[in-house]
Design a protein around this ligand. Structure first.
Ligand code: OFO
Length: 165
């Protein structure tokens, strides 16, 4: 049986994943409105992936005989001062999520919960990938800062991303 402390911590993570999904959808809306449709596509796919993360935690709770709680989710930011600032925010957000995943792993060790520890390893790996992908895009956007066409090159590339859950 999963401990109550672990259940509460996972429920909080479900809320964070749902918040992440909303945040990326808000970013998709921002990019669409400034006609960066590749960036908008990338963020929309990211929003879908975050929903999958939330559902993975949801299903895990059920498989352990616990009840996932769906609570009120804070509204995300909806405006950014530049295309760069929005992507930079997504990098900061992913770093925050990584810290929360690490806290969950630490808690699973403290609670002697091996099943949760194994389950969480997927997210440890996922966060390495997410941070690395976002950092790569942020770095290239920064490099293109003084090259007006650069943003559109990246935008074209980001059009290719597809949701593959
Ligand atoms: Fe972006 O990985 Fe879930 O939140």
């Amino acid at each position: 049986m999963i401990t109550e402390t672990m259940q509460n911590a996972i429920n909080q993570q479900i809320a964070r994943e749902l918040y992440s999904s909303n945040l990326y959808l808000a970013m998709a809306a921002y990019y669409s409105n400034i006609n960066l449709n590749g960036f908008a596509n990338w963020m929309r796919v990211q929003a879908q992936e975050e929903m999958v993360h939330a559902l993975k935690f949801f299903d895990y709770m059920i498989s352990r005989g616990a009840k996932p709680l769906i609570t009120q989710i804070n509204a995300p930011k909806t405006e950014w001062s530049s295309p760069f600032e929005a992507f930079q925010d997504s990098l900061e957000h992913e770093k925050l999520i990584t810290a929360h995943i690490n806290d969950l792993v630490n808690l699973s060790i403290k609670e002697n919960d091996h099943a949760s520890n194994i389950f969480l390893q997927y997210f440890v790996t996922e966060q390495v990938e997410e941070e690395s992908t976002v950092l790569d895009i942020v770095t290239r956007m920064k490099m293109m800062e003084n090259f007006p066409g650069g943003l559109y090159l990246i935008d074209n590339e980001l059009k290719q991303r597809k949701f593959g859950a």
